[in-house]
Write a protein that binds this ligand. Structure first.
Ligand code: ARG
Length: 470
């Protein structure tokens, strides 16, 4: 679908459907100020699908005739084609996508087109469109998250034996498997998908039939419309239906959390791809050069993944702020919901699409990771655990190891290379077998507690996940 559409300022005297009680024309500045067509044209296919369902219901309930309904529906289908082909010029004077489509319908099929808006208001119409739009976006984002999880699982699977330093405070802490580190992100994105699925349930409620705010005197059948449009429920309260946007706020909040996760991953990719770390190499296709420094290869895509989180959080703040002071029910302020919502969906979709491809071709430098994991003190906790196994209380063991680290520092060696007699001076519990406990392999291999980094755990989890997401 085209992301841009032409809007014209003046059509051949487009008359506003609400012009009856006005004697003066709208000020031109106000016309531009109040129009939402430059962005809400994107709702056109939902608007038309909603109108087709509405017209079908109007005929089923006898509010309009079958013939009228057929004329309206065929006109709407043609309009869909016209807009999709970029043939319909949309007018600012007609404010929004709803009035543009209705105006076109009346021009096309004649006065019968004017019957479409029976028992309906733009207030329930726009709520319907936005909910239908969000259902699709939620599904698309969910699918992308799943593809990304697949890439993560594949990467972890191919590098099952790669060890790296695990960090806290960005200081080397304990060795971990690279796959274990990656699968932490799998879990985050899994919760993100659950949040979206949960949000979907509340988005998937049908507001049409609420009218402007109070419902309608006409014998409509809301459940029938909900069925036609695939909604699982009908809104209970007409005022709530037209005046809340909590479902949209919730969507942006769920997306914000996705962006937090992507941003943290971005930060790691940026750090890991520095000369200082050298843990990964990003493909040329996902990096850019410098206009002045010929040697540079910058991780711009990863950086933008981090940066774009900011705009999504901004969208969340924007919509919360728009809504917070509004009395019930509909207020025009609510038109400002669309740009933050659209921008959020677009941003999350494009970021995920880039990250999926970037990680597919990312090179893992196992030797650099391994070297960093060989850091002389990284198995200090393992030494403490060794002493615990020999009966020393952990707090005492911690102290002994602290002194061992200090002594090794003085001797300019790592824990692995410090002579046994030095250990014996610190504790008589330490024997020759201490060196078995100090290797990176032993450290990782022993962390078999449920959810720990041991290779056996990783293998088992990967088997489960491969079955789960294929
Ligand atoms: N363009 C409007 C919006 O996006 C549609 C609803 C207009 N309703 C009204 N009473 N002016 O919110």
């Amino acid at each position: 679908m085209a992301k841009k559409i032409k809007t014209t300022k003046k059509t051949k005297k487009a008359s506003k459907p609400w012009s009856g009680r006005f004697t003066e024309a709208t000020n031109e500045l106000v016309e531009e100020f109040t129009a939402s067509i430059p962005y809400d044209w994107r709702l056109y296919s939902y608007d038309i699908a909603g109108s087709i369902a509405h017209a079908t219901m109007l005929a089923k309930t006898g509010i309009i005739s079958q013939k009228e309904s057929r004329q309206i529906i065929s006109g709407l289908k043609d309009i869909h084609k016209e807009i999709a082909a970029g043939e319909l010029s949309l007018s600012l004077e007609l404010e929004d996508i709803h009035m543009n489509i209705e105006d076109r319908l009346i021009r096309k099929v004649g006065p019968v087109g004017g019957k479409l808006h029976t028992a309906r208001s733009r207030n329930d119409q726009v709520a319907l469109d936005l909910r239908m739009y969000l259902r699709d976006e939620i599904m698309e984002i969910s699918e992308l998250l799943k593809s990304f999880q697949r890439v993560i699982v594949g990467l972890a699977d191919r590098h099952q034996d790669v060890v790296m330093p695990g960090y806290t405070h960005l200081q080397r802490a304990q060795p971990v498997l690279f796959g274990h580190h990656l699968l932490a992100y799998y879990e985050m994105f899994e919760r993100d998908r659950q949040r979206l699925a949960d949000c979907f349930g509340r988005v998937n409620v049908m507001p049409l039939g609420a009218g402007a705010l109070a419902g309608t005197v006409l014998p409509i059948d809301r459940k029938f419309v909900a069925g036609l449009l695939g909604f699982s429920a009908v809104s209970e309260n007409s005022m709530d239906a037209v005046s809340d946007r909590d479902f949209a706020i919730e969507f942006i909040a769920a997306c914000s959390q996705i962006m937090v996760h992507l941003s943290r991953l971005s930060e790691e990719l940026v750090i890991w791809s520095t000369a200082e770390f050298g843990f990964i190499t990003l493909s040329d296709a996902f990096t850019t050069g410098s206009s002045i420094m010929p040697q540079k290869k910058n991780p711009d895509a990863a950086e933008l993944g981090r940066g774009k989180a900011g705009r999504v959080f901004g969208n969340l703040t924007a919509l919360l702020t728009i809504m917070k002071g509004l009395p019930l029910s509909y207020n025009r302020d609510m038109q400002e919901d669309k740009e933050p919502v659209f921008d959020t969906a677009d941003t999350v979709i494009s970021t995920l699409a880039v990250f999926i491809e970037m990680l597919k071709v990312m090179r893992v430098n196992r030797d650099a990771m391994r070297r960093a994991a060989e850091d002389g003190f990284i198995t200090a906790t393992d030494l403490a655990d060794y002493l615990v196994r020999k009966g020393l209380p952990f707090r005492r063991a911690h102290e002994v190891v602290g002194r061992a680290v200090l002594r090794a520092g003085e001797l300019k060696c790592g824990l692995m290379d410090m002579p046994l007699e030095e250990y014996r001076k610190l504790s008589s519990l330490i024997k020759e077998d201490v060196f078995d406990a100090l290797s990176v392999e032993a450290s990782v291999g022993r962390r078999t507690s449920y959810g720990g980094t041991a290779p056996a755990n990783l293998k088992k989890r990967l088997q489960q996940l491969k079955k789960l997401i294929g």
